[in-house]
Design a protein around this ligand. Structure first.
Ligand code: 3H9
Length: 709
């Protein structure tokens, strides 16, 4: 028999309902049952004066157990029944808070009569980040305590408040300096002596005195501007109910909206990503107990946009950084970029002058590789040129101290060849940052053939310290992200040759929620950068024997249309605004004619979406087949955290599961028939074909749990 994660202890005539459910004391069905049992035991002990709810470990309850939401039989009913009974207790109930009091955790605290918080406490309702609304009366109790405006803001953004702000907002009643449990016991006894100070939040009314009359109307209009996130509208509905209806009726509104959100494809996708991001940090076969290397100082070679972004990332996390360049002019330019970036952040009020000064003080510059000798990690971030990268690798191999990690920020090149040049390939790993490096969340960590397990483990751990979501990729052209992006861009360009405009191509995927379509993306990243990558790949024999392959980007490059930075690329730019370019259409038409590509007067948006995305899914399946990615979820994390794939669609592989793998395969076969398959573009990956044939998968799109998970 397993023991319950909840126990009722007694301390000086006060009951302590103690939750022990590591790592974050999530409200699993077993915890909820334990709470119900514990409360029943308390009710059988009239000699106890009061009850304290307390959690063991690093945090109070951080939310409902997200994994249990997958169970079709999941219901918030038992938890809500417990919370109702808890609040209705005649003897005082005190919540002793510490750590991250989130979602169902905050809702548990709000059902108590008093909340006392340790200084490290943060509170929030982050359900919206999972495509949900608070489902245990948070939408009804929080506005009654904190006011409708703040409550709506917290629920719509998922932002957290620290203990001081939570106190100011009346969400907690008191802060404790020492042991929060001891303080809660003292407060519980005090409330037992002064029951008139007990406050039951459900009995309060939402204070509307300072609320604008059009508050709900405006909030709804704002929510409806984001139809891909229906939880936002549900939150407004629930808050409106909190303002206008008695608690019991508001409860029903919340239950209805929560159930609707829980079933929504958006929430399923966002919950998938929650676990996929955490799973991605785990390296199969690497025990958690593996001793890791100590990283205290970092070197960066190359002070271009990428190198500077990397330096900012580490300085932001408190690491001293040594930035090395070949010339003083390049160093000065780099330092200018870094200073400019900090000043822009400060101008937006996100950094104080002191913080800017402190961070700048962490960045040292040098022209000498010898100055990297003391660094624990050195990242090479020069442009994509194998000979140059190998030359730097040789120098780093000689100068870096034993045990230091040498990383390359290459986005496409063979990490093993770079590693070999260092003479110590076990110390080498790829760290592929995305531009701007200090903004983008994704870090692709490239595992070379010889990369030592502790190097990989160290870099994955370090990624969390610098605020990145890291995904491991094996060595192949473009790793996970850029290899798939190559297929995406291939089809985008073929469509342009066939007669689609950049706006049509971009519009088709932007309508799905993509941050930007492929043409805008490459215009921003730089047509020159994109074209050079294709040209370099050609030199290594990596291109198909197809003159039309990525012909558009190469043509635009040859014409000096480098994208946003030169004012024209796929689009023409008015400032930063892309405008349809007649010239691009003419260039594509002429190129198409030259290459013998048949033009069509109309290309449906569905075809654009399928060719861009299903082709990419097929490449993702190959990446899995070859063991380049450990799991399909890793691919989804790469695309949502690094390439603007909409989180409410869960990434390409989740999306493929949701639409049905058999359908994806059917359409790939269709394009092989209608477009021809001389170059193998539409050859279905054996893994994808075999998964699509599985009866469980064929049972329909309502079964996303199979296949690529
Ligand atoms: C909710 O509450 C709905 C209610 O309104 C209604 C209910 C009826 N469930 O992030 P970390 C696991 S919705 C299950 O790496 P950190 C996580 O998977 C929920 N598991 O640590 C990981 O497992 P593993 C509202 C959870 O220190 C481990 O804990 N709450 C949950 O960087 C460590 O996680 C939220 O949305 C959970 N709720 O950050 C809060 N939370 O080690 C979501 C965590 O096996 N959680 N795990 O990979 C977080 O934001 C962060 O985890 C937290 C800790 C800040 C708590």
């Amino acid at each position: 028999m397993t023991s319950s994660p909840v126990s009722l202890l007694e301390q000086d005539a006060v009951g302590v309902l103690r939750i022990r459910n590591p790592p974050v004391n999530a409200l699993s069905p077993a915890v909820v049952q334990g709470l119900l049992d514990g409360l029943a035991a308390f009710e059988r002990k009239p000699d106890l004066q009061a009850l304290v709810v307390h959690c063991e470990g690093s945090t109070f309850v951080a939310g409902g157990d997200i994994a249990s939401f997958q169970d079709p039989a999941f219901s918030a009913g038992p938890l809500n029944q417990f919370l109702g009974r808890l609040e209705a207790q005649r003897r005082p109930v005190v919540a002793a808070l510490h750590g991250t009091v989130l979602g169902g955790g905050l809702e548990l605290a709000l059902a108590c009569h008093w909340r006392i918080a340790a200084p490290n406490t943060r509170v929030g309702q982050p359900e919206v980040k999972l495509g949900l609304i608070p489902g245990s009366l948070g939408t009804q109790r929080l506005p009654r305590l904190a006011g409708a405006e703040l409550a709506l803001d917290l629920m719509s953004t998922g932002a957290m408040l620290d203990a001081q702000h939570a106190l100011a907002a009346d969400i907690v009643d008191e802060l404790s300096d020492g042991s929060v449990l001891e303080a809660a016991l003292v407060r519980a006894r005090d409330l037992a002596a002064h029951p008139e100070n007990i406050r039951r939040v459900s009995t309060l009314r939402v204070d509307t005195t300072a609320l604008r009359p059009d508050f709900i109307q405006k909030a709804r209009a704002h929510a409806q501007q984001q139809p891909n996130y229906p939880a936002l509208d549900s939150i407004v509905t629930a808050v409106e109910a909190a303002i206008a209806l008695p608690f019991g009726e508001g409860e029903q509104v919340e239950a209805r909206e929560f159930a609707k959100c829980l079933r929504s494809p958006q929430s399923q996708a966002m919950r998938h990503l929650f676990f996929a991001e955490r799973q991605a940090a785990k390296i199969p076969g690497l025990p958690a107990s593996t001793p890791l290397r100590d990283i205290r100082s970092v070197g960066v070679v190359g002070a271009g946009t990428m190198g500077c972004g990397i330096a900012i990332t580490f300085a932001n996390a408190g690491f001293p950084v040594t930035l090395v360049e070949a010339t003083q002019a390049a160093l000065d330019r780099g330092l200018g970029i870094i200073r400019g970036s900090y000043e822009a952040t400060a101008a937006k009020g996100r950094l104080t002058a002191k913080e800017v000064a402190d961070r700048l003080a962490l960045v040292m510059t040098s022209l000498a590789y010898d100055d990297l000798a003391g660094c624990d990690l050195v990242i090479e971030a020069v442009f994509e040129d194998m000979a140059l990268k190998q030359d730097i690798a040789r120098r780093l191999g000689a100068v870096c101290k034993p045990g230091a990690i040498i990383a390359t920020n290459t986005s496409t090149l063979d990490v093993d060849q770079i590693a070999a040049a260092t003479g110590r390939p076990a110390d080498v790993v790829g760290m592929h940052f995305f531009s701007p490096a200090h903004v983008m969340r994704l870090l692709e960590v490239v595992r070379g053939a010889a990369t030592a397990p502790d190097v990989l483990g160290t870099v994955m751990k370090l990624a969390a310290r610098i605020g990145k979501v890291a995904v491991v990729s094996g060595v192949c052209y473009g790793f996970i992200g850029n290899r798939m992006a190559e297929v995406y861009m291939r089809e985008a360009e073929f469509l342009l040759l066939e007669g689609a405009t950049p706006a049509q191509v971009d519009g088709a995927v932007e309508a799905l929620g993509f941050a930007m379509g492929p043409c805008r993306m490459l215009d921003m990243a730089g047509i020159d950068v994109g074209a050079k990558t294709v040209i370099e790949l050609g030199k290594t024999g990596g291109l198909p024997n197809d003159a039309a392959y990525r012909a558009v980007v190469q043509k635009l490059f040859a014409l000096g249309r480098f994208g946003q930075k030169t004012g024209s690329g796929y689009y023409r730019y008015e400032g930063r605004k892309p405008v349809a370019s007649e010239e691009t259409s003419e260039i594509c038409e002429a190129l198409g004619r030259e290459l013998g590509v048949a033009r069509r007067s109309e290309i449906p948006a569905d075809e654009i979406v399928e060719r861009l995305l299903f082709g990419m899914v097929n490449e993702g399946a190959r990446i899995l087949e070859e063991g380049i990615a450990y799991r399909a979820g890793d691919i989804d994390v790469v695309w949502t955290a690094g390439y603007g794939f909409p989180d409410h669609r869960g990434g390409p592989m989740h999306m493929a599961n949701a639409v049905g793998l058999a359908h994806v395969v059917d359409r790939l076969d269709h394009y092989a028939r209608v477009r021809g398959n001389a170059h193998g573009y539409w050859t279905v990956s054996p893994l994808l074909r075999s998964l699509a044939a599985e009866p469980s998968v064929l049972s329909g799109p309502s079964r996303p749990a199979c296949a690529f998970r």
